[in-house]
Every structure is written in C-alpha cells, then in structure tokens.
Design a binder for this molecule. Structure first.
Ligand code: ATP
Length: 386
C-alpha cells in the first residue's frame, strides 16, 4: 500500500452539454480511483459560466477563482449560452479568462485516432494519426480580445498579434520537452513569410531548438499546415503555434479523428492546469443527452498524467485502454459518430470496461479485454502493467 495521497479537483460543469459530459468524466474518474492504490480524489464543484452570470452577474466570481487556485487541478465542461452575452454583445468566455488569470500558457491538444472508422480520411490505419498541438494560450492574436468594441460606423478595425519573448520561449520549450518524450519531432506553424511577429516567434523557436539536439524540427506556414494535416497527418508528432492558429488547427485536427467529441485538451501553466474537452457548448445538441463524453473522459486521463504520480499515470493509461476497447465495438458510439448510444450509456461502457480490464489483469485471467490490452501494448503504447 502506497502512502495515501489526496488530489483536490475543482469541477466546473458549466453550461449546456457541459454538465452531461462532466458527469461521465467524473464517473470514469471514480472507476479509476477504485483501482488505484492509496490515491483519492476530492471533488469540489463550483458554478461558473453563463448560468452563473444569470444568477450572480459574474460568470467567474473571484471567490470561485480563488477556490480553483487552491485545487490541484480544474476539470471543466463547457461554458456559454447563445443568448447570454455581455452588454457589448460578445459571448462570455470564463474558460479563456481562467487561462489568462492562472497563466495557463500551454494549450495541449492531443489528436489520436482510436478507430479508423471514425476518421473521414481514407486508408488510415490504427495509430495512423497520433500527434499533439501545443497552442500558446495567453497571448497571440487572442490578446486583442481586450480591445474596446468597434463602433458600427468606424472606418477601421485592427487587432494586434502579441508575441512576447517570454511567452514564445516557454511554449516552444514545453513543446520540445514533449517531443523529446515522443517521436523526437517538433513542427513550428507560423506565418513568418508575412508577419514580423511570426518571424520573431520563429527566431525564438530556433533558439530553443538548440537546447534539444535530438529533436528534429520542421517550420511550415499555417496555410500549408492546414493542407498537410489533411494530406499526411502521420508526418506530425508535436506542433507548436500561436494562440489563434492553434485554435483553428485544433478544430481541423479534431475533425480528422471523428470530431469535437473525440478531442481532449489541457491548458497547462507552471502551477495550475485546466482539463476540458476541446469542444464548446454545442447548442445544437443541448438537452438531448447525446453529447459524446469521450473528449471529457480523455481529458480526465490528461489530468491524471498531470498529477505526476505513478498510480495516477497508471490510471490515465487504464482510461485510454478502456476507451480504445469500447471503440472497437462499432455500435458503442454517440450519434456524432454514427452510433445510437446516449452520453450516459457511453460513459457507463467506458467505466465498466475499465473495471473489467483492471479486474482481469489483477486476477491474471486472459479475457478478451486482456487480449485487447496485449494488442495495445504490442502496438507500442505506453502500456504500464500493474
Ligand atoms: P463554442 O463557441 O462554445 O466553441 P460552437 O458551437 O462554435 O461552440 P462546439 O460547441 O465545439 O462549437 O460545436 C461544434 C460542432 O461540434 C457542433 O455541431 C456540435 O454539435 C459538435 N459537438 C461539439 N461537442 C460535441 C460532443 N461532445 N458530442 C457531439 N457533438 C459535439
């Protein structure tokens, strides 16, 4: 028995489909917890988002932000409601406020295809898409969001791409560190042929690259990146880019693996981190109980990695293996992937599969799930046997 340790998690379900997918993420987290030795999760739920704005006039009350700061991690659903806006007309985005207030500069967007059926691309095998986008999340073009609203009769509107040395250097360094643990390849996506701010970003990428001599590098323009991501996604390992380019390419990349419901994310700082599905509030499917919970469940796995404890890392791997096992069955999908499962049914399937997988391994039996695990391990995933 390991010395018991408790990780505190601020849970922010948010609006629309947020609470539905978070319920499944928490269900899987609890299923993992039952399998881990000496690790507990204390979940503290807070109200943040457009619903909270309607109640208190503030979508991210400062007392709640302080409570979030005290936790080891933040698990977030989705925030915003189409008809709830600031008087200026812009949407509420407390999830972006959190990134800025907690200095979460590293937007990690893992893009992994679990089953070839879920990709719109032809002739992609299992493991054919497996890369990570590292999106700078505190500056870039998004920093212009603090500009005042432009009057309708104005003759000019400008937004500035803000790149600082500190901001560019730390995101490039994190990207190289990650590439060094993966396939040793780091691609910079920029627009250095047109924008001086991007030429500056590239210079800093080049400087940082010298500290990582084993990592091969590639520099491509964002328009070419959009092309290559579709034509040869297997060529990418880690991609680093500024905020807005990362925002756009993350959605394109999610499309390669089945859509927004399949794409997890983490917003990492040096001290704090938020884990959330890459998708938004999906107003078109709100209240129907059919939101795909896989992105949220895989975000829970990222959170377990972030805790950097051997047991939670093991738990993260269990989650990925359970998701892979569930997605082997064509019917085990929500309607966005052509299935007929509800959000709850798919979450139940992942939690039950995880429990079955762990039980089979611990008892040394050779159930079909055990064989599935053996296949996963032989494919070179970071399989960790208990
Ligand atoms: P936001 O501005 O909050 O990002 P959006 O509508 O622009 O909202 P998403 O909420 O990400 O963007 O939705 C984009 C598309 O993906 C929609 O068609 C939505 O139904 C779909 N989608 C997003 N999340 C899921 C999910 N978890 N399950 C199924 N479909 C989803």
């Amino acid at each position: 028995m390991n010395t018991p340790i408790t990780f505190t998690v601020a849970v922010l379900p948010g609006d629309s489909i947020g609470p539905d997918v978070i319920a499944e993420g928490v269900k899987v987290l609890r299923a993992v917890e039952r399998q881990l030795d000496g690790v507990r999760f204390e979940l503290r739920e807070y109200s943040v988002g457009a619903g909270e704005y309607l109640k208190s006039g503030d979508p991210l009350p400062s007392a709640t932000l302080e409570k979030c700061r005290e936790c080891d991690a933040i698990l977030l659903g989705a925030m915003g409601l189409p008809d709830v806006r600031w008087p200026s007309g812009v949407e509420m985005t407390p999830q972006i406020d959190l990134r800025e207030k907690l200095d979460l500069y590293g937007g990690l967007r893992p893009i992994k295809l679990y089953h070839p059926h879920d990709s719109p691309l032809k002739a992609i095998g299992p493991g054919g898409i497996d890369f990570v986008i590292f999106r700078e999340s505190t500056e870039g073009l998004f920093s212009a969001r603090h500009n005042s609203a432009v009057p309708a009769d104005a003759a000019l509107a400008t937004d500035t791409m803000r790149i600082t040395r500190v901001g560019a250097e730390r995101i490039c360094r994190r990207a190289f560190e990650l590439a060094a643990t993966r396939r040793q390849h780091c691609t910079l996506v920029d627009k250095a042929n047109v924008l001086p701010s991007m030429a500056y970003f590239r210079r800093i990428f080049d400087e940082v690259s010298r500290d990582f001599p084993t990592v091969k590098t590639l520099r491509i323009y964002v328009d070419a990146a959009a092309l290559y991501l579709v034509q040869k996604p297997h060529a990418f390992d880690v991609i680093v880019t500024e905020n807005m380019f990362g925002d756009i390419l993350s959605d394109l990349a999610a499309g390669l693996i089945g859509g927004m419901g399949m794409a997890p994310s983490a917003d990492l700082g040096d001290r704090h981190a938020v884990f959330q599905p890459s998708h938004g509030t999906a107003p078109d499917i709100a209240g129907k109980g059919i939101a795909n919970p896989i992105a949220t469940i895989l975000s829970v796995a990222l959170m377990l990695d972030w805790f950097k404890h051997p047991e939670t890392r093991r738990g993260a791997e269990w989650i990925r293996q359970a998701v892979a096992a569930v997605l082997k069955e064509p019917e085990d999908r929500t309607p966005d992937l052509g299935g007929s499962r509800t959000t709850t049914q798919l979450g139940d399937a992942v939690a039950a599969t995880l429990t079955e997988l762990c039980t089979a391994v611990l008892s040394g039996s050779s159930s079909p799930l055990m064989q599935n695990q053996a296949i996963l391990c032989s494919r070179g995933s970071t399989c960790s046997q208990p």
